[in-house]
Ligand binder design. Structure first.
Ligand code: NAD
Length: 498
C-alpha cells in the first residue's frame, strides 16, 4: 500500500511506529497510509530548521522572492497532476482542486513582492543627529496546522508568507489528505528553498500538542474547527507563542426582495453545494427577506438543486463529488435528521444517494431544508456538507440580526440592487468578511482573510500585510551619529513627547 512519510530536511522517509488511513472518498476503503509522527520526528524537523534558518534569514529579500517566483512556475507546470492528487484524497472535483491550488498561488504571487512589503519605516532627524527606523525580522521557526478541506491553499497561505520573510516553517497538515502538502514541500525544494525551511510532519493530536509545547517554535497558525482552534490558541499562548487560530463557520446569504433571483440561485448552487459544502466560506444558510421573496426563491431553487450533477472527483461534468470520509458522511446525515426532528421542512433529501459503479463512495445528494429557525441546533452548528437551510426573515433588521448574533462570524453575503441597503448591511453586520452580490467573499491575496467571533481566535488575519505582521517581529532602532567636532554640540538630547 502507498505510504506517505514526513518531509524533513529535504527528504522523506524515516521509521514510523503509528500510521493513519487515507481513505478513497470516490470508492470507499483505504487507499494509502500516512505516518503519524512523535516527539522524535518533530525534534528532527526542529533541528533541521534551526540549522537552516539563520542563513535563509540572511539571504537578501530579492533572492528569497526569486524562490517564490520559481515555485509559482513549478506549481503551474504541475497543476494538473497536483489537482488530480488533491481530488483523489479530498473528493472535490478537479476544477475545485485547481481553484484550491490557484488561491494558494495568489499568496505566493504576493510574496514575490516581498522586498517591497518588508521595507521598514524611517524618520530622519528625530533629534539632533538622531534617526529612528524599524526593521521587520523573522521569528525563527513557525508552524502551521491545517484542515482537510483546502490541502494546498491553506498551507500556502501560511507557508509562503512564513518562509519568504525568512522563517523556517513546519507544516502539520490534515491526516485525511496529506499527499499534496508533501508535493508542495518537494516543489519548494526544487525551486531553491534550502532544505529544512519548509518541512512537513504528519500526525494527529499528539503531534499538534508537541508543536504547541515545543520551546523552539515561536509562532503557530491554525485553521480548522472552532473547538480545536480555541484549544490550540489557549495552549499555544500559554506556552508563550504567537498564535492565530481560524475556526468553523455558518455563513448566511441575505436575499432582499429586489435581488436578481436567477443570479442568486445560480450563486447559491455553487456556494452551498460546490465542493460538497466542505468550504469554510460556503453559504449553507439563505435568508430571504419577506414571505414573497421566500416563496419566489424556493420555487426557483428546487429545480436548480434537483439539476445538480454529482459524480466522482475526476468526472469533468460533475458539479461536486463525495465528502471526505464515511464518518463525515454519517455526521452530515445525522444533522439532516436532527433538522427534521427539530421541525424544519425537508424539501429535498440527499440521504441515500448512490452513484452507479461507486456505491461505496461517500456521496450525499444536495439537501434543502426550509422553515429553519434560530433556536434549532441544526442552525446553530456547522454541518459542513451539501445542505442548504432557508431561514425566513420578516424584514431587513431581522435578517441583519441572524448572522450578527450567530456564534460564527466568518463570511456573509447580501444580494440586493439597493446600494443603501448593501452599505448599511456591510457597516453593521457582526461578521469578518462581507460579500455584496458576491456569494463567497474570500478577499484577494493583497488584502487579508479572517473571521470574527468563534471563527477566529487571536488578533491577526491570514496573508496580506496581516500575514507579514504575524510572521515577523518589528525591531525599532534609534541611532545617533554625532559630528565628532568637539565643539560641545554633541550633548545627547533625548527627543521628548513635547
Ligand atoms: P479539524 O479541526 O478536525 O482539524 C484541523 C487540524 O487539527 C488537523 O490538522 C487535525 O489533525 C488537527 N486536530 C484534529 N483533532 C485535534 C485535536 N483533538 N487536538 C489537536 N489537533 C487536532 O478540521 P477539519 O475537519 O480538518 O476541517 C474542517 C473545519 O475547518 C471546519 O470547521 C471548517 O469550517 C474549518 N475551516 C475554517 C477555515 C477558516 O479560515 N476559518 C478554513 C478552512 C476550514
Amino acid at each position: 500500500m502507498r505510504q506517505i512519510d514526513h518531509f524533513i530536511a529535504g527528504d522523506t522517509g524515516g521509521v514510523a511506529s503509528r500510521f493513519g488511513d487515507v481513505m478513497d472518498p470516490n470508492n470507499g476503503g483505504v487507499q494509502a497510509r500516512v505516518a503519524l509522527g512523535d516527539a522524535a520526528v518533530l525534534e528532527r524537523a526542529v533541528q533541521a530548521a534551526l540549522a537552516a534558518q539563520p542563513a535563509w534569514a540572511m539571504t537578501n529579500p530579492q533572492r528569497r522572492a526569486r524562490v517564490m517566483f520559481e515555485f509559482k512556475r513549478l506549481v503551474e507546470a504541475n497543476m494538473q497532476q497536483l489537482a488530480e492528487l488533491l481530488s483523489s484524497e479530498h473528493g472535490k472535483v478537479i476544477a475545485d482542486s485547481k481553484g484550491d491550488i490557484q488561491r494558494g498561488l495568489e499568496v505566493v504571487e504576493f510574496c514575490c513582492g516581498l522586498p517591497h512589503v518588508m521595507k521598514g519605516d524611517y524618520s530622519g532627524g528625530a533629534g539632533p543627529g538622531i534617526d529612528v527606523y524599524s526593521l521587520r525580522q523573522p521569528l525563527g521557526i513557525g508552524a502551521g496546522i491545517t484542515p482537510f478541506n483546502f490541502p494546498a491553499m491553506i498551507p500556502l497561505w501560511m507557508g509562503a508568507v512564513a518562509t519568504s520573510v525568512g522563517n523556517a516553517f513546519i507544516l502539520k497538515p490534515s491526516e485525511r489528505d496529506p499527499s499534496v502538502p508533501n508535493r508542495i514541500a518537494e516543489l519548494f525544494l526544487e525551486a531553491g528553498l534550502p532544505a529544512g525551511i519548509f518541512q512537513v510532519v504528519h500526525g494527529d493530536k499528539e503531534m499538534v500538542d508537541l508543536i504547541l509545547d515545543h520551546p523552539a517554535i515561536s509562532a503557530v497558525s491554525f485553521v480548522g474547527s472552532s473547538d480545536i482552534a480555541q484549544y490550540v490558541y489557549s495552549r499555544g499562548v500559554a506556552a508563550g507563542k504567537r498564535v492565530q487560530a481560524m475556526g468553523g463557520a455558518k455563513n448566511h446569504g441575505i436575499v432582499m426582495p429586489d435581488a436578481d433571483l436567477d443570479q442568486v440561485v445560480n450563486d447559491l448552487c455553487g456556494a452551498a453545494f460546490g465542493s460538497a459544502g466542505e468550504r469554510c466560506m460556503a453559504l449553507p444558510v439563505v435568508v430571504p427577506v419577506g414571505e414573497d421573496t421566500a416563496e419566489r426563491l424556493r420555487a426557483k431553487l428546487i429545480p436548480a438543486i434537483e439539476a445538480l450533477k454529482i459524480g466522482i472527483s475526476s468526472d469533468p461534468d460533475a458539479q461536486y463529488g463525495p465528502v471526505v470520509t464515511a464518518m463525515h458522511k454519517a455526521n452530515i446525515e445525522r444533522w439532516i435528521q436532527t433538522a427534521v426532528d427539530e421541525g424544519s421542512e425537508l424539501v429535498i433529501d440527499g440521504r441515500g444517494f448512490s452513484l452507479q459503479g461507486h456505491e461505496q463512495g461517500y456521496f450525499i445528494g444536495p439537501t434543502l431544508l426550509d422553515r429553519v429557525t434560530p433556536g434549532m441546533t441544526s442552525y446553530q452548528n456547522e454541518i459542513f456538507g451539501p445542505v442548504l437551510q432557508i431561514v425566513r426573515a420578516k424584514n431587513f433588521e431581522e435578517a441583519l440580526a441572524l448572522p450578527s448574533k450567530h456564534q460564527y462570524g466568518n463570511g456573509v453575503a447580501i444580494f440586493t440592487r439597493n446600494g443603501h441597503a448593501a452599505r448599511e448591511f456591510a457597516a453593521r453586520v457582526n461578521v469578518g468578511m462581507v460579500g455584496i452580490n458576491v456569494p463567497i467573499p474570500v478577499p484577494v491575496a493583497y488584502h487579508s482573510f479572517g473571521g470574527w467571533k468563534r471563527s477566529g481566535f487571536g488578533d491577526s488575519d491570514q496573508y496580506g500585510m496581516d500575514g507579514i505582521g504575524f510572521w515577523t517581529k518589528k525591531k525599532k532602532i534609534t541611532a545617533r551619529w554625532p559630528d565628532g567636532g568637539g565643539d560641545g554640540n554633541n550633548a545627547f538630547v533625548i527627543p521628548t513627547m513635547g
